[in-house]
Structures are given as C-alpha cells and as structure tokens.
Design a protein around this ligand. Structure first.
Ligand SMILES: [Zn+2]
Length: 489
C-alpha cells in the first residue's frame, strides 16, 4: 500500500502572481542607514579557527543530514554556537530526535525568548548525476554556494546563528528584556514525532517563547509592473493546513477480466473520482484573502483596481480569474490533489477487489474538517467508498500583524533594503511555525533576503544553491530586528 510522503513543505515557491495577490499591508517607513558595525561582522570560531558566514554554510552543507539522520549536523551547529559563547539546552540527542537551543542567556533564567526556528534535516538530493556540482559538496563557485540545503534550511539557519552570536557579543553584560535563541530541530521535512512536536510537548515552558521567526518567503523584484526595482518582502502570519485522506473501495467480482463485470472496484473508483474532480472548486473568501484582494486593488489602476477593492461586490468577475491560476486558486479554496491511485495489481488479466486513492487536501484557516469531508463524500457519489484520515494538521490561529515584533521585523527589512515594501501573507503550504501558533505564540515566517526566482525553483530540486552575497545582508536585517526588540522602551 502506498503511503504518501509526509510533508516537505517548508519551502514555498513564490510565484509572482501569488506575491502580488497576497499583499495586505504596505507600510511606508522612512529609510535610515543600516546599523551594522562592520568591525563586528560575520567572523565566528570553529575549533579555534576563524570562519566567515559563507565558509560556515559550505561546511554545514557538506554534512549530509537527511531526515532521521540529523545528529552529525546538529553536533556541528551546537559546537559552533557553544564555542562562540551561546548557552546550549539539549532537547533530544539521537537521530530523528536531535533538537537544541543556543541562547544568549541560559534558558533557566526564564526570560521571554525571541526564537529563530530552523531545521537540521534536508530532503534527498534525487538523481545526483543530474546535478552540475555534487549535492553535498558545499562548493562556492562563481559567487554561489552549492548543495542540498543551501536555501532550505541551512542557509537560513546560518543567518540566524550569526545573528544570535553577534547579538550575544553586542549585549554582553547588559540587562535584557528578552533572551534570544536559535532552535534547531529534526525532521521538519517528514514531520516525525521527534522534531518540533517533541520539543513543544516537553520543553515549551523551558523555551518560554515570546515570538518565533522561521523560514518563509524571500523578497522578489519585478512584481509590480510599473515599479520593477521594488522588492516585495512577504511576512507570513498564517498557513493552510494539510488533511491527508485515503479512499478505499472494496468490491468482490469475478477475478478474470475476460468477461467484464457490470461494475468492479477500479471502475467505480475512477467514476467516483471523476465526479469529484468535475465539480468546480468552491472559491472561499475569508478576512485574510479579502484583504489580499483589496490591497491588490490599490496597486492596480482603472477598472480592475476598483473591482478588486470591492471583492464581495464583484465576486462574479473576480472568481474566474482566480480559477485560471493554480497558485491563486490555492489561496482562495480548499484544494484536493490525487497523489496516489493503487490496487496492488500487476496482472493484466486480473480484476483486483480493492482499490485505494490518496488525496492531499489543503484547507484554508478556519475551515472545518467535518464539513469538508461531508462535501467530499457527497461529491464522490459512492456510498461504498470509505474515507480514512491519514494525517490532519490542526488549524492554527493567524498571528497578528500589529504586534511590536511584526512591526520591528518590518522596520528592519525596510531599513536594510532600499526600494522595498513588506506584505502580510498567507502561505499555501505549512511548516513548523504553525505548532507555535497553536499555543498562542505569534509566529512570523520570512527570510529577509533578495533572491532571483531561478534559485527558488531549485529548492527541493536539482542544483539547489544560493548567491553567496545574500547571507550577510540577511543576517544584518535579523540583527537589526533584534536590536529594535531589545532596545524597546
Ligand atoms: Zn525547510
């Protein structure tokens, strides 16, 4: 029986239209010079030797850390953090359950904690002969750092680690309102029980999170036609949740297919799925995606702008446009994807009695599983099909975009990147941050770097790599964010 792979969804390829549509807030902030002191930038020590941010990422990529085999990578990061003055708290120390925090103050001081969340595991490299450079080489070639994890999630993690080390140096011996930590966890990509779930089940109080910042979208340029130089930084406050289902149909018929029965399992399942997929996907408007449309309206002049600013009134005009693009549709509907159809039969002249189908469904925030399943069952129009829930993610609340943390993150981005805007976004996929939101902790997903779209297409794909010059700028932006939090009146 085919069991679908668990989520490997930390990445989101930000299709330009998605970014355009997911704009909710544009904040206009005065641009002031970046605060980073060049003398403090980006040198850390590992085994008593100095390294820059690019070299450390290169070393980290060289350690293969597929989901379930994270210990070696974890020990590397932990050693690096400890050697540079951070306090370590271990939260599981075996493969598949290797998690720890590295903080500027010991966690037992119980100071509210600003947490940078990252994961140690990477997805498999696929066909390594198809890579231009070996996937675990960590090569730095032509200003690019190559290898699996260069973006997801090792590149982002290294920016976080350099941030926390720099903050620890700057704020040494000062009385602090917040602790600042990185939290590195196992198997985000497979969502095993030893990763973030284990940490929050057992160490939530120890962590004492005030806010969590994790992986999310980078900025993209060229989104707005008449402002090609403008970079849009998405800050995610919510995500859709996965509901994975197995449909099963059992129908005993004669075994030999030389005489076709009037009906049989495979035929019935195909007909039922056809009923399901012939139905038009229902467009669902909620507060978040209505705001997206309204903001999109403010970017557009003329009639289309006017329609979008009044989405409920012009739903009939807007809906067909949403249906034209799968990515847009994902932000305005509960989606259903058939990811497996199986009957375990490899004989051409035999009729199997059991057929199963696996559906990867993604529900918008606030949508009920029961209601969704009832509609699904009705759409299949076959009462012999049973529906089993393989996995269901909990609905997480939406984090507010009016907290000081959000405002400071936004302000840090706008300070460090000229010609930029920020946008509050909803992600069509999910990552570990949603678990924090379920405990009422605000969680924001954003990686404050500018990156060309061609690099995003390599995430979880062949030839993953990033431009080496984005790392320091991303780190500077995170440092600036933390300064704003710590220097709050
Ligand atoms: Zn990831």
């Amino acid at each position: 029986m085919y069991i679908p792979p668990l989520p490997n969804e930390c990445y989101v390829i930000m299709h330009p239209k998605i970014l355009l549509f997911i704009v909710v807030l544009f904040i206009f902030t005065d641009v002031t010079p970046a605060s980073t002191d060049p003398n403090l930038v980006s040198i850390v020590y590992f085994e008593k030797k100095p390294y820059g941010i690019q070299e450390i990422l290169s070393k980290y990529i060289k350690i293969q850390s597929l989901s379930g085999s994270e210990s070696e990578a974890g020990k590397f990061i932990k050693t690096l953090c400890a050697e540079n003055g951070l306090y370590i708290t271990q939260m599981g120390d075996t493969d598949g359950n290797y998690n720890f925090t590295a903080s500027i103050l010991p966690l037992d001081k119980n100071i509210p904690n600003i947490i940078f969340l990252n994961h140690l595991d990477v997805v498999p490299a696929g066909d390594i002969t198809q890579w231009d450079f070996p996937p675990f080489s960590g090569e730095i070639i032509d200003s690019e750092i190559w290898g699996r994890g260069a973006w997801d999630n090792k590149g982002a993690a290294i920016m976080q680690i350099f941030t926390v080390i720099e903050i620890a140096k700057r704020y040494k011996n000062k009385s602090l309102k917040y602790n600042v930590s990185i939290l590195s966890v196992s198997c985000e990509e497979t969502q095993c029980d030893g990763g973030i779930k284990y940490v929050l089940d057992n160490f939530l109080e120890t962590l004492n999170p005030a806010v969590v910042i994790g992986e999310g979208p980078p900025a993209l340029k060229g989104i707005i036609k008449n402002k090609p130089e403008l970079s849009l930084f998405g800050i995610s406050v919510a995500q859709k949740r996965a509901l994975w289902l197995r449909l099963k149909l059992e129908l005993k018929t004669n075994g030999h297919s030389s005489v076709t029965p009037l009906t049989y399992a495979n035929k019935e399942m195909v007909v039922a799925l056809n009923n399901l997929f012939e139905k038009k996907t229902k467009i669902i408007f909620n507060d978040l995606n209505i705001d997206l449309l309204k903001q999109f309206g403010t970017l557009n002049k003329g009639f289309s702008g006017f329609f979008l600013k009044h989405p409920k009134l012009f739903k009939g005009l807007i809906t067909p446009k949403l249906r034209e693009d799968p990515l847009l549709l994902a932000l305005f509907s509960n989606t259903i994807t058939l990811t497996s159809l199986s009957d375990d039969n490899n004989r051409i002249n035999a009729i199997p009695n059991i057929v199963t189908a696996v559906l990867d469904c993604r529900l918008l925030p606030g949508e009920s599983t029961d209601k969704f399943l009832k509609i699904l069952q009705r759409s299949l129009s076959n009462k012999n099909i049973t529906i089993e829930i393989l996995k269901e993610m909990k609905d997480g609340p939406i984090s507010s975009n009016s907290t000081n943390f959000y405002k400071h993150l936004e302000s840090a981005i706008l300070t460090n990147y000229k010609h930029s805007k920020t946008a509050t976004v909803l992600l069509p996929s999910s990552n570990d941050i949603s678990l924090f939101r379920q405990y009422g902790i605000p969680g924001y997903s954003s990686i404050p770097v500018q990156i060309d779209r061609k690099y995003l297409e390599c995430i979880h794909n062949l030839n993953e790599r990033i431009p080496s010059n984005i790392l320091d700028k991303g780190k500077d932006t995170y440092v600036n964010f933390i300064e704003l939090c710590l220097d709050e009146a």
